[in-house]
Write a protein that binds this ligand. Structure first.
Ligand code: NAP
Length: 251
């Protein structure tokens, strides 16, 4: 019997998999056996090398998720290139920082378009393929700000709180049709997304002081949760928002 975490023969689409958390999860899924398709706006050559070093196939799709209309095409291209489609990791995301009093419509719309609108339409396009094919796995990337308010990141908090709610709604609609929809809520990870926080001595010290594990997360730290939620090991897990946060929420 195959190991329940084994992803041999599966195809995973990871959005924004050229760097940061998306790259960490793409490599972990490949190491568990999946072929990887990365969709994004920058070259994912580095991820491709790591995936191929793990002995898996790698494909790249150019897509800009500031336009949610590309979702159908990205899923269709995934199937055309890789031959099937079993796992969607909705990872691409951006953040804008400003006081709520000064927050602009552009700060609002640009974040919402990528972080929640494109994410929803990618889930929809994926499920339209997965349900007739007998099932699949969808993993949405949430945040600590799916649980907390944060500060100076109004659209990011709204989008990531939305990701948590939407994950539960989609699980309610699709769990009975073989599609597992879950989310991972990363704590504070050292990536481009948090470069401003890492560089701010005071905020860096505050953040580290609150993480029981005593360090920023490394993208590889998300791999286990991604493999679990992508594999048969999580077949009865629906609508959960799994925190991978070094204990941040426990404090
Ligand atoms: P990152 O290094 O900035 O990576 C973000 C990824 O999203 C990049 O691949 C980026 O592509 C892609 N992306 C952004 N806008 C896009 C667009 N319009 N079209 C296509 N791709 C786009 O940040 P990260 O920390 O790895 O973030 C990954 C996810 O984790 C995000 O959803 C983020 O909100 C979430 N998250 C991160 C943390 C953390 O501590 N780092 C914590 C909680 C949640 P480019 O390289 O081309 O910009």
């Amino acid at each position: 019997m195959s190991h329940p975490f084994n992803l041999d023969g599966k195809v995973a689409l990871v959005t924004g998999g050229n760097t940061g958390l998306g790259q960490g999860m793409a490599v972990a899924l490949a190491q568990a056996g999946a072929d990887i398709v990365v969709a994004g706006r920058s070259s994912a050559a580095e991820t491709g090398k790591a995936v191929e070093a793990a002995g898996r196939r790698f494909f790249e799709i150019t897509a800009d998720f500031s336009d949610p209309a590309c979702a159908d095409d990205v899923v269709a291209e995934t199937v055309a290139k890789a031959g099937s489609f079993d796992i969607l990791v909705n990872n691409a995301g951006i953040i804008r920082r400003n006081d709520a009093l000064d927050f602009t419509e552009d700060d609002w719309d640009s974040v919402m378009d990528v972080n929640i609108k494109s994410l929803f339409f990618l889930c929809q396009a994926a499920a339209r393929r997965m349900i007739p094919a007998g099932g699949g796995k969808i993993i949405n990337i949430a945040s600590m700000l799916s649980f907390q308010g944060g500060i100076r990141v109004a659209s990011y908090t709204a989008s990531k709180s939305g990701v948590a709610g939407l994950t539960k709604l989609l699980a309610n609609e699709w769990a009975g049709q073989g599609v597992n929809v879950n989310a991972i809520a990363p704590g504070y990870f050292a990536t481009n997304n948090t470069a401003a926080l890492q560089a701010d001595e005071e905020r860096n010290a505050q953040i580290l002081g609150r993480i029981p594990a005593g360090r920023w997360g490394d993208p590889a730290d998300l791999g286990g949760a991604a493999v679990f939620l992508a594999s048969a090991a999580s077949d009865y897990v629906h609508g959960t928002v799994l925190a991978v946060d070094g204990g941040w929420l426990a404090r």
